[in-house]
Design a protein around this ligand. Structure first.
Ligand SMILES: [Cu+2]
Length: 305
C-alpha cells in the first residue's frame, strides 16, 4: 500500500499544513476565476462601446494588497512551525542508525542488532541517524510524511512517533542507479511488550557472538539487492547453483572459461573487480567483512543448489 493515509504525529502535522495551503489555493482560484468571467460578461464591448477612465480607489488597493500578504505570510508561518516541529527531536527518543547502499537499507540498533527491516514500539519517538555507503539516497516513509536525503560522508537525521500499529513502506526517493525502484523496506510498529521481547531476544543472539548465519549476512551485507537465491534475474548472477557453474569471465582483459569453485567465490567477494563475469555490469562493490563472515557467506552460497 503505497499511498497510505497519514499516521504518526508527523503525518498529522504535515497533512494539516498541506490541507491549509491547498484550501487557500482553491478559494483563490475560485474567486479569481469567478471575477474574471463576471467582468468579461459585465463589461463586454456591446454594453460599453466607448471606454471610460476610472479613478483608482486607495482603500480597495490597500485591501487587496494587505489581505493576500497576510494570507501568504500565514502560509509561511504555518509551514515554518511545521518544519521546526519536524526537526526538533523530543527528549527520550530511541536512536536507530540507518545505512543506505545500492540498493537496500540496514538498521542498526543501540544494542548491536542489525536488521533489514525497522521494528519500533508504538508511541515511542524514534530518531534515525542516516548515512550512505555509496551514492545519495533518500529515506522516505510516505505514511509518516517524512523524507530526508541520505548523503555519503555526512549524517542526517529524522524523527517520527508512530501512533498506530501496523506495517508501513519505506522507499528511496533519490534516483540512485539501476535498482533504485527496488530499494524498499518496511517499518513494523509493534505493541511495546512485543517489541521488547524481540529486542531482548535478538540481543542475546548478538551477545553470544556466534557468527551470524549466511542467510542473515546475505541480507545485512546487502547482497540481496543484487543477487537472488532462487535463480531469478537481478543485477548480478543468481547464487542458486553458482558452485560448479561454468562461465565466461574476463581477467585482466583476457577472456576465458572458468568453473566456479569455493576459492573463486571467496576471491570474488574479497576483490570484486579483478574478474568480470560475461553479461553483467562490473559494479559489484567491495563489502567489508570479517574472515568468519566471509566463510559463513561462502558456505551459504555453496548450499544453494
Ligand atoms: Cu537509493
Amino acid at each position: 500500500m503505497i499511498f497510505s493515509a497519514a499516521t504518526g504525529i508527523s503525518g498529522r502535522v504535515v497533512d494539516n499544513v498541506f490541507l491549509y495551503i491547498v484550501t487557500i489555493c482553491i478559494i483563490l482560484l475560485a474567486l479569481i476565476t469567478f471575477l474574471m468571467v463576471y467582468f468579461v460578461v459585465r463589461y463586454r464591448r456591446e454594453k460599453h462601446p466607448t471606454p471610460v477612465d476610472i479613478e483608482g480607489s486607495t482603500w480597495l488597493e490597500i485591501t487587496w494588497t494587505v489581505i493576500p500578504t497576510l494570507i501568504v505570510l500565514s502560509m509561511f508561518y504555518y509551514g515554518l512551525t511545521g518544519f521546526e516541529f519536524l526537526k526538533k527531536v523530543p527528549p527520550g527518543a530511541m536512536t536507530v542508525k540507518v545505512i543506505a547502499r545500492q540498493w537496500s537499507w540496514l538498521f542498526q540498533y543501540e544494542n548491536g542488532i542489525q536488521d533489514p527491516e525497522l521494528r519500533v514500539p508504538v508511541g515511542m519517538p524514534i530518531k534515525l541517524l542516516l548515512t550512505s555507503q555509496d551514492v545519495i539516497h533518500g529515506f522516505y516513509i510516505p505514511a509518516f510524511r517524512i523524507k530526508q536525503d541520505v548523503v555519503p560522508g555526512m549524517t542526517n537525521y529524522l524523527w517520527f512517533q508512530p501512533t498506530q500499529l501496523g506495517t508501513f513502506d519505506v522507499m528511496c526517493s533519490q534516483y540512485c542507479g539501476l535498482e533504485h525502484s527496488h530499494m524498499l523496506t518496511k517499518i513494523v510498529v509493534l505493541p511495546e511488550e512485543e517489541f521488547t521481547k524481540w529486542y531482548q531476544g535478538k540481543k542475546k543472539e548478538v551477545a553470544a557472538k556466534a557468527p551470524p548465519p549466511g542467510l542473515q549476512l546475505y541480507q545485512v551485507k546487502g547482497c540481496v539487492a543484487c543477487h537472488s537465491t532462487d535463480g531469478s534475474p537481478r543485477v548480478g548472477p543468481t547464487f542458486k547453483g553458482l558452485l560448479g557453474k561454468k562461465e565466461e569471465v574476463t581477467t585482466g582483459g583476457k577472456k576465458e572459461t572458468a568453473v566456479v569453485d569455493e576459492a573463486f567465490i571467496r576471491e570474488f567477494i574479497s576483490e570484486p573487480n579483478v574478474v568480470h563475469i560475461e553479461g553483467y555490469p562490473p559494479i559489484m562493490p567491495k563489502i567489508s567483512m570479517t574472515n568468519e563472515e566471509l566463510t559463513a557467506l561462502v558456505d551459504y552460497i555453496k548450499s544453494l543448489r
